[in-house]
Design a protein around this ligand. Structure first.
Ligand SMILES: [Zn+2]
Length: 174
């Protein structure tokens, strides 16, 4: 996640005219509306797919962020979905890009809504295949046993929540 997901043009994507805010007919909220052609530019949350890759020894992979926001902290691999791919495919791709790691047997862990900056984070647990190393946007990869998670050094609320959910639901004896 390198930039705010809701930076948008001040100009209409169809005719190039200026945008203003107005409540369209039949709507109940103010929207960005083109003064020229009347096109309504809806702003919606953007989906992010993430994966908790788990190794046979029961440890989970986290990557250390090389970019803002929250540079230097630990997070699971994840990022914005591209058009044309499923959430699972996006999670597999992001894990490959950020941790050079293959994952399989994805299982949905949970879905988290972050009102600010307006994203929906879909988190899977998956089986890690092979070795990991730092990739795009990461300086380091680490495998953490459930009792050795760096709780004070995690990137986001969702990182915290997903790791808690993983321990509760997937770690035997919890
Ligand atoms: Zn327009």
């Amino acid at each position: 996640m390198s930039s705010h997901p809701h930076q948008f043009s001040r100009y209409c994507m169809h005719c190039g005219d200026r945008l203003t805010t107005a409540v369209p007919e039949g709507d109940s909220r103010r929207r960005l509306v083109c003064v020229g052609c009347g096109f309504v530019h809806y702003l919606n949350p953007r989906p992010v797919a993430g994966v908790l890759p788990v190794r046979a020894d029961g440890s989970v992979l986290l990557v250390r962020r090389a970019i803002e926001p929250r540079i230097g902290t630990w997070v699971f691999p994840g990022g914005f979905m591209d058009l044309g791919e499923t959430a699972e495919e996006a999670g597999v791709r992001e894990t490959r890009e950020e941790a050079c790691l293959e994952v399989r047997n994805l299982e949905l862990l949970d879905v988290y809504t972050r009102l600010e900056p307006g994203v929906v984070v879909i988190v899977y647990v998956a089986e890690a295949v092979g070795q990991a190393e730092a990739g795009d946007e990461t300086t380091e990869v680490g495998w953490f046993a459930p009792d050795a998670i760096p709780w004070d050094d995690l990137s986001f609320d969702t990182t915290h929540a997903a790791l808690h959910a993983w321990i509760e639901r997937f770690v035997p004896g919890q």
